[in-house]
Ligand binder design. Structure first.
Ligand SMILES: Nc1nc2c(ncn2[C@@H]2O[C@H](COP(=O)(O)OP(=O)(O)OP(=O)(O)O)[C@@H](O)[C@H]2O)c(=O)[nH]1
Ligand SMILES: [Mg+2]
Length: 639
């Protein structure tokens, strides 16, 4: 329907031309009516017939020819990439339309929503991505190759930045999606039970290598996440003295002296000028037990979609809260204003079970035990309602600025006198190793795509949720349904031969057109394709909302790295919060804190699995007007 409408619009530019031709013919006919001689009349008759004929032919070509030709290209250009996270302009969804009227910073958001993460180049300054301007800034993802990062051509990246060529190809590939989808899914919908992993996939941990732990740093704006991350990296030797000195000097010159450590993570000019993290930055360090992938998320409300990109990959999280009077309370404010609450809810909905609460800026409150206890009791109660078990929450009072209780126990007696618990680094090491599902078929949700035009190479970046790949493995790129071959793999800037579940990698692909590989897509096993759907049944928990959810409500649907405009088409039932049983069928509205089963129809197809089959592809959440309004799981793929 949408396409046909666009097709008409597509042919519109040709309409004046057709009209002109018709008018000309009519004038011509009329002018021949006046000469009265027979010959003239005969000629006039023939002329009239010829003219009518020509007019009809011209109209036929004009209508068919132009609507097909121009309609296709114009339609394709105006259609958003289905897997792109930029919302279609035509969707009057709450808070979505307004985002499209974007300021430059919002454009950045759109781009980054493609799932872009970036590796903190402070850790390796010579490997810095070229940056031309903010909108097209190249921000390599999670643990993808810095080599890729170095070579990447800012104009060649597949992302949600508007790229007419890209959207044209992507749209045309998507137009075939339903066919591909059916072909792929119907003919190859193998049950996961039939999957037998190959021997190399199951090999034990390589000797001498640490377990990888993807650790998201989340929390309310200005709570000190980047400062804490920068400080930690500096203490662990991942940032040189020279580097730190440079940051300190430059930050001071700009009147932002207190942000020197944060600058290790916040590298873009805009982030530094605004003193706000806008995209997730990625850094690495080794603890005694883990190879830690640190995902420093933005805390500002406007950048929650970016935070999601990183947090969906997390095995565990550090929730940073600001101990200062008023600041902690602001983070706990409801209705989408307090990101302490929103982030905690989101990371839990992504399946994160273990959380470290870093109560930061304890220096400002004189390392007060009372303040710490107050925060612990208030936030602790809330975390329990999110589903965190008490035994999975570690509380760490600290000061990033004064280096208290980060990698060694506090030296300040005001803290050490009462805190007998762990310092932050020990708390990280006390986390249980994440389970890695290598015995299931490959699933790698793509958070970023990097194209090296000069070398004709293409890398899909993201975390392997299940399964394993090695050089030469065949992978199915969804939703396109195209098979590609793994040319090489990079993990934490190093090439490796095998990547297994849990690894954050850049997978260099060959044998596939780049337009088929998109952020929000999924790499999977060719014989076990993931589903592609536009209508889903969800079991949701409604968060603190001001506007109730109704049938017909327009929402932003998020799932792994994909985002689509959606509409609530049905509220199936209300569920009892304690028993989970249906308490009311087909309620008219959904309000805060209610549990329900709903059906959503998506504007475009997303790669999805039922939660019972694959957790990573079965967790979804809904946003509206810049707030997360519900978190949930996919219980049924309808269409
Ligand atoms: N006094 C004090 N200030 C701190 C501490 N940690 C961070 N800050 C300050 O808090 C401000 C914000 O720090 P950031 O690290 O940018 O905070 P953030 O959470 O990363 O902010 P966003 O990413 O924008 O959400 C800076 O001025 C820091 O110097 C601390 O332990 N004590
Ligand atoms: Mg920050």
């Amino acid at each position: 329907m949408k396409r046909s409408v666009r097709k008409c619009i597509g042919s519109a530019p040709f309409a004046p031309l057709i009209m002109k031709k018709v008018q000309f013919s009519v004038i011509y006919v009329v002018s021949f009516e006046n000469p009265l001689s027979n010959l003239a009349r005969m000629e006039a008759k023939y002329c009239v017939i010829i003219c009518i004929g020509m007019t009809l032919i011209l109209m036929f070509y004009a209508v068919n020819g132009t609507s097909v030709g121009s309609g296709t290209s114009i339609m394709d250009k105006s259609l958003p990439s289905k897997m792109s996270t930029t919302m279609p302009n035509t969707v009057p969804a709450d808070g979505i339309e307004s985002k499209k009227v974007s300021s430059s910073s919002e454009k950045v958001i759109d781009f980054v929503q493609s799932g872009s993460l970036r590796t903190s180049s402070s850790i390796d300054r010579n490997k810095k991505a070229p940056v031309a301007h903010q909108e097209s800034e190249v921000r390599p993802s999670s643990s993808q190759s810095k080599t890729f990062q170095q070579k990447v051509d800012k104009n060649t990246r597949s992302s949600s930045t508007s790229n007419e060529g890209t959207s044209e190809i992507v749209s045309s590939s998507l137009s075939q999606l339903s066919l591909r989808k059916n072909r792929t899914i119907v003919t190859k919908a193998n049950s996961h039970d039939q999957y037998k992993p190959e021997k190399w996939m199951l090999l034990d941990q390589e000797q001498g290598t640490l377990n990888q732990l993807n650790l998201a740093i989340v929390g309310h704006v200005d709570s000190g996440k980047s400062t804490l991350s920068g400080r930690l990296l500096h203490l662990l030797g991942r940032i040189s003295k020279k580097e730190m000195h440079k940051n300190e000097k430059e930050a001071k010159e700009k009147g932002k002296g207190s942000f020197a450590y944060a600058w290790a993570m916040d590298e873009s000019t805009e982030e530094r000028e605004r003193g706000v993290t806008m995209t997730v930055s990625v850094a690495y360090f080794d603890s005694k037990k883990y190879r830690v992938v640190l995902l420093d998320s933005p805390g500002h409300k406007d950048f929650v979609p970016n935070m999601i990109s990183g947090a969906t990959q997390a095995d565990a999280a550090i929730l940073v809260v600001d101990a200062c009077t008023g600041s902690f309370e602001a983070g706990m404010d409801g209705y989408g204003v307090g990101q302490t609450k929103e982030h905690a809810q989101l990371v839990r909905s992504f399946g994160v079970e273990q959380i470290i609460v870093a109560v930061n800026k304890m220096d400002v409150v004189g390392y007060s035990k009372e303040r710490f206890d107050f925060i612990k009791s208030h936030l602790g109660g809330f975390l329990r309602t999110c589903g965190f078990k008490d035994s999975s929450i570690i509380w760490v009072p600290l000061s990033a600025i004064e280096n208290q209780n980060l990698i060694t126990p506090a030296s300040d007696v005001r803290l050490s006198s009462w805190h007998r618990g762990l310092c932050l680094l020990d708390a990280i090491d006390s986390l249980l190793p994440p389970t890695r599902d290598v015995s299931k078929p490959l699933i790698l949700p793509i958070c970023d795509v990097i194209r090296l035009q000069s070398m004709g190479q293409l890398a899909a970046c993201g975390k392997l949720e299940t399964g394993a790949i090695r050089n030469g493995s065949k992978v199915l790129v969804m939703p396109a349904g195209e098979v590609a071959t793994v040319r090489s793999i990079e993990r934490d800037s190093n090439t490796c031969n095998i990547a297994r579940a849990g690894d954050n990698v850049a997978v260099n692909l060959q044998g596939i057109d780049w337009s088929y590989v998109m952020p929000g897509g999924v790499l999977c096993h060719p014989d076990f394709p993931v589903s592609v759907a536009t209508s889903l049944e969800l079991k949701i928990v409604v968060l603190d909302i001001v506007t109730p959810i109704l049938v017909g409500s327009q929402v932003e649907f998020h799932i792994h790295h994909a985002k689509e405009a959606a509409r609530v088409t049905k509220i199936v039932s209300l569920l009892d919060q304690k028993t989970g049983k249906v308490s009311k069928s087909a309620p008219r509205v959904l309000k805060s804190k209610q549990n329900a089963v709903i059906v959503v129809a998506l504007e475009g197809a997303v790669c999805v699995q039922e939660y019972s089959t694959c957790r990573a592809l079965g967790r979804a959440f809904l946003r509206s007007s810049g707030n997360t309004i519900a978190v949930g799981i996919v219980t049924r793929i309808i269409e």
